[in-house]
Structure formats: structure tokens, C-alpha cells
Design a protein around this ligand. Structure first.
Ligand code: RET
Length: 250
């Protein structure tokens, strides 16, 4: 008999809660955008778009549309008996990857513009980021262990490129701005890198090796997503608006 690894009530309720958080944050970011002059709206709009995509993706997961299944066969070897095989079906929330493939580049854009990175560096960060998410998606649907961790390794290498752009190039170039902006960039980019690094860890123990159930996986990503999008966004916008002279993109 096959084993089904699926979300229960707790997971489903969590998806709805995050949907509401993302929706309310989006409305707040759009409202805040309208209250500043149009030339100063770029961060507000970018951040509002990020939570808008998350709202759509969480809705899709909550109504169970953005969800597929991954089938793996486990072989049980027994002495003196023929081998038995067991099929495990685990839910794969592919809507996350649709969300991440759009929102993580936009989050990076927020940070790159704050630092004042040049076009080539921004492009490298964004492209590496898209490669990270797409290879992560392939990893999620690959059923054989070898290829699965191969895709995962590729995603991790792409992630290191993103880290390099923010931690080295971003930090270097932001020194040309005023001291407040440099300090703020270090804080919010540091926060981002710590949070983002937890995603591949969760992936490894949830989707990758199936050591935690689907409900725990949903909760772990829910906490990370709320920190990485609404909390990140409010922090960025309030601080940026408060920094005199840097409210526009200069
Ligand atoms: C995957 C698995 C493969 C290895 C790596 C990953 C990284 C994912 C990241 C996701 C960030 C998501 C954010 C969402 C915002 O709400 C794809 C999990 C490295 C860094 C910030």
C-alpha cells in the first residue's frame, strides 16, 4: 500500500493565514506608495509587487491548485524473503517556485538599488537567482536520489553567486553612499542572507530527504516567507523614508 505524505488541517490553516498576511501587507505597501511623490515610489512599488505575487501563490496553495505529487519507490530488502517495494507520494508545492522565481529577483533588486550596484552586477545576481530557483524546482520533481542532489548542488552554487554579489560587491559599492545608507544596507542584507540560507536547509530535510512531514514544511516556509517579504518590506520602506536625503534613488 502506498504512503501519502500530505498537508493536514494545521498546514492548510497556515497557508490561509499567510495568504491574509500577504494580502494585508500588499494593500499597505500600495497605500504607502501613493503617499509619497511618484519619483520616490520605486522601493514601495517593488515591495508591493513582491507581496502581491506571494498573495497569489499562497492562495493557489491554500486552495490546493499549486500543488503536485512526487512519487518515489522505496525498496525494502529482507533476508530469506523477496524484496518488497513501497511507493511514497509526497506533495510538492510548485506554486512556491513560481512565486520565488519572480519575487526573489525583485527582493534582490530592492537590495541592489539600495546599495547602488551597477547594471552588470545586478544582472548577474538576478540571473544566478533565477537559475537557483529553477534548478531547485527540478530537484523537487526529480525522483532519483543522485540527480535530485545534483540539481540541489547546482542551486547551491547559484546561491553562492548571489551571496557574493550582495556580501562583497554590494557592501563595497555602498561605501560610496552616506554612512546611514551603508549601515542600513549591512543590516538588511545581513538579515536577508541569514534568512535565505535557511531555505535550502529546510528544503534538504523536507522535500529532499523527507525527514519532516508536510505540515512542518509548510509552517517552516510560512515563518521564513513572512520574515523575508512583509517584515523585510516594512523595514526597508520605513527606514528608507526616514533617511533624509536618500528618500529618492540617488
Ligand atoms: C532551494 C533548493 C535548492 C537549493 C537552494 C534553494 C534556495 C532557495 C531560496 C529561497 C528564497 C526564498 C525567499 C522567498 C521569499 O519569500 C530552491 C530551496 C539554494 C534562497 C526569500
Amino acid at each position: 500500500t502506498p504512503i501519502y505524505q500530505e498537508a493536514g488541517d494545521v498546514g492548510n490553516r497556515t497557508l490561509w493565514v499567510v495568504f491574509v498576511i500577504m494580502l494585508i501587507s500588499s494593500i499597505a505597501f500600495y497605500a504607502m506608495a501613493f503617499r509619497v511623490p511618484v519619483q520616490k515610489r520605486l522601493f514601495h512599488i517593488l515591495t508591493a509587487f513582491i507581496t502581491t505575487f506571494a498573495t497569489i501563490s499562497y492562495f493557489a496553495m491554500a486552495v490546493h491548485d499549486g500543488v503536485g505529487k512526487n512519487e518515489i519507490t522505496i525498496k525494502h530488502t529482507q533476508k530469506h524473503f523477496p524484496d518488497t517495494f513501497q511507493t511514497v507520494y509526497r506533495e510538492v508545492y510548485w506554486a512556491r517556485y513560481v512565486d520565488w522565481s519572480v519575487t526573489t529577483p525583485l527582493l534582490l533588486l530592492d537590495l541592489c538599488l539600495l546599495a547602488g550596484l551597477g547594471g552588470a552586477n545586478i544582472l548577474v545576481a538576478v540571473v544566478a537567482d533565477v537559475i537557483m530557483i529553477l534548478t531547485g524546482l527540478f530537484a523537487a520533481f526529480t525522483v532519483e536520489e543522485g540527480p535530485k542532489w545534483g540539481w540541489y548542488a547546482m542551486a547551491c552554487i547559484a546561491y553562492l553567486v548571489v551571496v557574493y554579489q550582495l556580501a562583497f560587491n554590494g557592501r563595497g559599492v555602498v561605501q560610496n553612499k552616506d554612512k546611514k545608507t551603508a549601515t542600513f544596507f549591512s543590516a538588511i542584507a545581513g538579515f536577508t542572507l541569514v534568512l535565505w540560507t535557511i531555505y535550502p536547509i529546510i528544503w534538504g530535510i523536507a522535500d529532499g530527504s523527507r525527514n519532516i512531514n508536510v505540515d512542518s514544511e509548510i509552517i517552516a516556509y510560512a515563518v521564513l516567507d513572512v520574515l523575508a517579504k512583509p517584515v523585510f518590506g516594512f523595514w526597508l520602506i520605513f527606514t528608507h523614508d526616514a533617511m533624509s536625503g536618500t528618500a529618492s534613488l540617488d
